[in-house]
Design a protein around this ligand. Structure first.
Ligand code: ATP
Ligand code: MG
Length: 413
């Protein structure tokens, strides 16, 4: 075992004993999102690097530090760090703007970010997310947030905190940005290098900085005054108020957090995060918001849009562990040829069936059956001669003998 090859740092196998949890989350996603009319989309894991530098924004950590980028035939290619940019590319490339709005899409799959691995943070991780295109009305924001909450509820997660904020539109935000810059400027030299670099291009992003000393500076009263001031223009303010009315009406509990800015450049107006107190410092399970400028920024027509992404590893760590499903039947027999035929017959009825391909002793097979299956189906010499089978319910211990053609109706899936 000296020379075994291991997984790369920050990546994990999802093993058979855990995969049922993943399937559970994926099936719920499919079910809940479909119930709101969302359709699944699957975009490539590799994309042209420019999609992310233009789409996610080149002042973000994701683009600056976290991308897996490589050259192939003179093209710069990147493993997707998130899927909004890819879905937007596909929306434009496939002319989905011709479809009647809203276009509602959902996705699931692996994302790649070169981050420092720690609890709740991997380099290959998985997201499930949705995007809705074509509606500027706050009803769209409300439906997307409501659906996120209902999806989490369907997983048994009820005690999560929903935080919302409005970042305004480019118009009202520019004045706000100037005020913020003015308040931060005197402390510029005390901020971390990243913050200093971003100060001119993207001052809002500073607020998302994870460095404690920077956060201390942003807590200063004159900066807080700017942050908590009401800078939204009339339209943005109305949009935000209406969203809150819909959420109230639907009984979605939320708190307003004026410091919530989210890490990506593309957000406008509504942003939201859903957090759990049971996750330690990586506590966000869901991040989302409106990105009315992104489609046109990537070359499409002006198209309002809103979406969210959830970290699947974090979701799964919060859900109560479920035992993997047992086989329906394990056939116990020392007549392999007959067993093959019976197993295929049962499988054709939709049952999950195994038998001992090594044809071990009867008692060993029965022992195995009790571990892996709900029913032992016993096919001994007697049974074969009489065209019967015995069924042992391994949960209750009761055993019955039935005509072979009556077998399927005597076992429950
Ligand atoms: P964080 O502040 O935790 O870095 P983020 O703002 O980078 O989050 P998003 O890009 O909004 O995260 O992604 C949405 C969700 O994906 C997050 O809320 C989180 O649950 C999950 N996520 C993001 N990065 C990772 C990662 N490296 N490993 C595992 N899950 C992640
Ligand atoms: Mg991050």
């Amino acid at each position: 075992m000296a020379n075994i090859i291991k997984t790369l740092k920050g990546t994990k196998d999802i093993l058979p004993q855990d995969v049922n949890m993943w399937q559970f989350v994926e099936q719920k996603a499919q079910k809940i999102f479909s119930s709101y009319g969302f359709k699944e989309i699957r975009t490539p894991i590799i994309e042209i690097t420019e999609l992310f530098s233009r789409g996610v924004g080149d002042t973000t950590d994701i683009v600056n530090k976290e991308m897996y980028t490589f050259e192939k035939s003179d093209r710069s290619i990147t493993l997707r760090p998130e899927n909004t940019a890819g879905v937007v590319r596909s929306y434009i490339e496939n002319g989905m703007s011709r479809l009647s709005a809203p276009v509602k899409l959902w996705y699931k799959g692996p994302m790649f970010r070169y981050e420092r691995p720690q609890a709740g943070r991997q380099r290959q991780f998985h997201q499930v997310g949705v995007e809705m295109f074509g509606l500027k009305q706050p009803t769209a924001d409300a439906e997307v947030i409501l659906m996120a909450v209902n999806f989490l509820k369907s997983l048994g997660l009820n005690d999560l905190d929903v935080e919302i904020n409005s970042l305004g539109c480019p118009n009202c935000r520019s004045e706000f940005k100037e005020k913020l810059k003015k308040a931060i400027k005197p402390y510029l030299k005390d901020l971390c290098e990243d913050c200093q670099n971003r100060f001119e291009k993207n001052p809002l992003r500073l607020l998302d900085c994870k460095v404690e000393d920077c956060q201390k500076i942003f807590a200063k009263p004159e900066i807080q005054d700017v942050l908590t001031s009401d800078f939204l223009c009339e339209e943005c303010s109305e949009h935000y108020t209406e969203l809150k009315l819909y959420l109230d009406r639907m009984g979605v509990k939320y708190t307003e957090n004026k410091l919530l800015v989210r890490g990506l450049d593309y957000y406008t107006r509504t942003v939201f995060e859903i957090k759990s107190n049971n996750l330690g410092s990586q506590n966000a399970v869901c991040g989302g918001g409106r990105y009315d400028g992104l489609v046109s920024q990537l070359g499409g027509d002006e198209t309002p849009a809103i979406g969210f992404a959830m970290g699947m590893e974090r979701l799964i760590s919060l859900i109560e562990k479920k035992e993997p499903k047992k086989l329906d039947c394990y056939i116990v027999s020392n007549f392999p040829a007959d067993t093959f035929i019976l197993a295929e017959e049962l499988r054709s009825f939709g049952f999950n069936v195994e038998f001992d391909l090594a044809n071990k002793k009867f008692a060993k097979q029965l022992e195995k059956a009790s571990k892996v299956a709900k029913y032992a189906v016993i096919l001994g010499e007697d049974e074969i001669l009489k065209h019967e089978v015995s069924i042992k319910n391994l949960e209750t211990g009761t055993q019955i003998t039935v005509r072979r053609e009556d077998l399927p109706k005597n076992i429950k899936q």
